[in-house]
Design a protein around this ligand. Sequence first.
Ligand code: PBG
Ligand code: ZN
Length: 321
Amino acid sequence: MYRFRRLRRDGRIRSMMQETRLHPKDLIYPIFVIEGEQIRNPVDSMPGIFQYSVDCLDEILDRVKEAGIGGVMLFGIPARKDPQGSQAYASDGVTQRAVRYMKEHYPEIYIVVDICLCEYTSHGHCGMVCGEEILNDETLPYLVKMAVSLVEAGADMAAPSDMMDGRVAAIREGLDRAGFTQTPIMAYSAKFASAYYGPFRDAAHSAPGFGDRKSYQMDCANGQEALREIRADIEEGADIVMVKPALAYLDVLKEAALTFDMPLAVYNVSGEYAMVKAAAANGWIDERRIVLENLTAMKRAGAKIIITYHALEAAAWEKDR
Ligand code: PBG
Ligand code: ZN
């Protein structure tokens, strides 16, 4: 009989045998920045998450610094939306201003910017629209403009989440042409059309005005296609590839880790966060243990980077574990 339990006898040996370890530097914390002043709006479906105006960012950025996490991912909520999402690439857009503010006051924080138009378009879709059709090639130049304008403002990394075909190559070329050859791209490569994004769309005011996102985001039934999407983004020049959401897609993440020799990210999305917070608020689960178990599972499945709304709390819990 093999005695597995010899190596589980007490905390000292268990910790020596631990195969996967979370580190605060693995975590990226999403932040919602809203146009206006003196705004700190709680997001009802995401307890602990707020929309901040640029002048109120200090509170959360101080906590990010303190937590010692890897970085933040910015999502902007503009005051005005139009069919072309022009605030996404306006030099005085809310996200551009947030980036410039951070560069000046928090230069040590690594800034990832989400590249997508849905928070900025009046129809709420991630690209240009003609009738009921979401246009692919016509959208690419707008994504490029958005990426270049945010990197010009000081963003460290661009993360396209729109799921248009060819956007990684287009953004790479646009950044290179603007002189940003050293700015990495983290592609939301296998991004599924998911009900788990519900709370985010409240937080970011980005729900589609008609139809759904199924003509550009992936069918949750398709694991093989996810690998093709990831391969295409690698060929187009992505530096990091992502699977999103996380928990219901750990098989895809694991498969990607076994297939590609590339840094992988996973996005622990809003609905996953909301479910944990709701159950915890009812006293039905132990929040701290559940969160660390979920995040550890994501790393075990192959994620190098985890984008998560739990980042600040998890970093603190992991420190004193
Ligand atoms: C923008 C975007 C979304 C998320 C990240 N970037 C929403 C969507 O695609 O509808 C979801 C994040 C989350 O649910 O936490 N396209
Ligand atoms: Zn979008």
